[in-house]
Write a protein that binds this ligand. Structure first.
Ligand SMILES: Cc1cc2nc3c(=O)[nH]c(=O)nc-3n(C[C@H](O)[C@H](O)[C@H](O)COP(=O)(O)OP(=O)(O)OC[C@H]3O[C@@H](n4cnc5c(N)ncnc54)[C@H](O)[C@@H]3O)c2cc1C
Length: 602
């Protein structure tokens, strides 16, 4: 008998809600058949059977909350009782789409990662006394991504002797192959789109009859120029602040001894900021697809030799949708394949609905949901919806199914890792090892650049405080106050909870949605798509959630972040004077409607 346990399905999730049970008692199933559908606050995912056999017990029902490690289904596979399914072929399997997931039971791992707990005693190994130490530092930071370089600058500014070690590129993923290059290319796409679709309406006539066209090489060159400027700036800042830098791959011999380029360095404190890399699906034909260049990841897509005519995107999450939008605006026929019942499932449903409509109607993007990807055959992706096999052929396929942490070089020092191989750290970045800290993507909490950089500041202060540095502050991470942005067209930004989460949690709320169509600046800009939706607690009017879709959404969300940080209420938001004409007037309008019960301009 095989006892299937609910596994860690990524993003640091520990529980979920059963949306649908897909098997019945006595049913014969094959390995990989879907057992049930689970919803979490971040993703929805279909959970496949780890073995084939007959369903002997169904221990879950629709709507039931389940925790990682709960036995959910028993499958009679003819074997003796087994406690948990074997680990998936791929470590850190992701959650988006129908990605197979690790079915291992997460071992009991002490305090939850976000709790503020004192560091646990070091189990292994005991630090050895090294005699051949090149130099000693108060702090060594591994990884010069946005988490690492910000923490290194801060520790140096707080008076700690700091070394940073980077193996590949200053600025890490964000500056080199993430936030910045994508936004540079999205800007090209937006200007192109405006010329094609908006110029005439704005009274701009083209002098020639030629259609505008994209000079892709020039766009890539501009993108590279922006990247180089920023990454060069990181090096300058580190140097200016007195941070010693070494280029090379670091590994920890013990928690106080770091080896790089054949030399050893001592540190009193180690900050691991080694980040993440794209996940890969372990499905038939995928290895060959990657080798042939058909299957590409979020890094490779940033330097395609030309704009593809057709592109398939596996995974309708943030990265998949940003790239889908980008290429669709440049004229590519884009198809998105998503395993969950909708794309961008973590967003408020009003936002997802408008985004889905825009992608389909404006960008002509074909979206398949509830789709289970099966294999890659040549230049085609084979997937199944409701048991029916379908195929989509394209020039390229973007595999955008989440990211996995990089912990190589730190395996042997006794660090406590989650089942996804994320380093477990509390709200100060402290791990189970005294003096060892982890920040950013490698902790898998929320994989965003501003989370990594803020965690860097928090951890630097923590270390400096322990070292009695007078300028250090006692600050910590609060993962409930993190804004998230999507740079699609229209843009999306959110903070706090969605209306659906509040309903599920039985929390009382009031909400108001103010459309940009009623905002003068939106009309003047000829860009009226979207709205500001505010959700607040009815009695004290504290903010529970803010959701914006539309032009400049990503800039506007900061007003809400500041409101939460200052413990302000909707009353203050309504009283704050919003300049006219701006898109932010929609925030004032929605707040006023919640405050007084009436809208002034609707
Ligand atoms: C396509 C894409 C778009 C994105 N867009 C956004 C966005 O718009 N907004 C946003 O907030 N986030 C975005 N992100 C996420 C963001 O890039 C990451 O959250 C952020 O880069 C994490 O920073 P980090 O410092 O934790 O890790 P990383 O940026 O991954 O940096 C880790 C660094 O450590 C180095 N390293 C690893 N191991 C070692 C070792 N042993 N020795 C030496 N060096 C080592 C690596 O080379 C790397 O430079 C995007 C990501 C992608 C892929």
């Amino acid at each position: 008998m095989f006892k299937v346990k609910f596994a860690d399905i990524g993003e640091g999730l520990t529980e979920g809600k059963v949306a649908e049970v897909l098997v019945k008692l006595g049913q014969e199933i094959k390995e990989g058949d879907a057992l049930f559908f689970v919803e979490t606050d971040k993703v929805n995912s279909e959970i496949p059977a780890p073995v084939g056999g007959k369903i002997a017990k169904v221990l879950i029902s629709e709507g039931q909350e389940i925790k990682v490690g709960d036995v959910v289904i028993e499958i009679d596979d003819g074997s003796a009782t087994v406690e948990a399914a074997p680990a998936a072929e791929e470590e850190n399997a992701s959650v988006v789409g129908s990605t197979p997931v690790s079915n291992d039971l997460i071992p009991s791992r002490g305090p939850a990662p976000t709790q503020n707990v004192a560091a646990q005693p070091t189990p292994t190994p005991v630090a050895t006394k090294h005699t051949d130490i090149e130099e000693s530092f108060d702090v060594i930071v591994v990884g010069a991504g946005i988490g690492g370089y910000v923490s290194a600058i801060k520790t140096a500014q707080l008076g700690l002797k700091t070394l940073i070690i980077e193996k590949q590129y200053y600025g890490g993923v964000c500056l080199n192959v993430g936030c910045i290059p994508t936004k540079s290319l999205l800007r090209t796409a937006k200007v192109f789109e405006d010329i094609v679709h908006k110029a005439a309406n704005l009274g701009i006539d083209m002098k020639t009859k030629d259609e505008p066209s994209i000079n892709w090489n020039k766009a890539l060159e501009r993108k590279d120029g922006v990247v180089n400027k920023l990454t060069g700036g990181v090096k300058v800042l580190l140097t200016k602040n007195g941070v010693k830098q070494i280029i090379g791959e670091a590994s920890a011999l013990d928690k106080n001894t770091i080896s790089v380029n054949g030399k050893k360095y001592h540190c009193d404190n180690l900050i691991i900021a080694s980040g993440s890399v794209p996940n890969e699906l372990p499905l038939p034909g995928f290895a060959e697809g990657r080798e042939s260049g058909f299957l590409i990841d979020s890094t490779k897509i940033l330097s395609l030799p030309k704009i593809p005519k057709t592109l398939t995107v596996i995974g309708g999450g943030v990265i998949g949708i940003e790239f889908g939008c980008l290429f669709a605006a440049l004229g590519t026929k884009v198809t998105v394949i998503e395993g969950a019942p909708k794309i961008l499932p973590m967003l408020d449903q009003d936002v997802t609905a408008l985004m889905t409509k825009t992608l389909k109607e404006k960008y002509k993007i074909e979206i398949f949901t509830n789709a289970k990807v099966k294999e890659v055959k040549g230049k085609s992706v084979v997937f199944e919806i409701d048991g029916k096999e379908q195929t989509v052929k394209s020039d390229y396929c973007l595999e955008s199914i989440g990211r996995k942490t990089v912990t190589k070089g730190f395996d042997g020092i006794g660090l406590e890792l989650s089942e996804r191989k994320s380093i477990i750290a509390n709200d100060y970045g402290e791990t189970n090892l005294e003096g060892v800290y982890a920040i950013g993507d490698v902790t898998s909490k929320i994989m965003l650049a501003h989370v990594a950089s803020h965690a860097g500041i928090v951890t630097a202060n923590r270390i400096a405080l322990k070292a009695n540095k007078p300028e250090a502050h006692d600050i910590k991470m609060d993962y409930s106050k993190i804004p998230s942005c999507i740079y699609s067209h229209p843009e999306i930004a959110m903070i706090g909870k969605t209306e659906q989460q509040l309903k599920e949690e039985g929390i009382e709320y009031k909400t108001f949605k103010f459309p940009f169509a009623a905002i003068g600046k939106a009309l003047a800009d000829d860009d009226t798509t979207g709205f500001v939706k505010i959700i607040c607690e009815p009695k004290y009017k504290t903010l529970l959630g803010a959701h914006i879709i539309g032009n400049r959404a990503t800039d506007m969300i900061s007003e809400f972040t500041t409101l939460i940080e200052c413990e302000g209420t909707i009353t203050e938001l309504a009283r704050a004077i919003h300049p006219h004409p701006t898109m932010s007037e929609a925030i004032g309008e929605a707040a006023e409607a919640l405050e007084s019960g009436k809208s002034l301009n609707l």
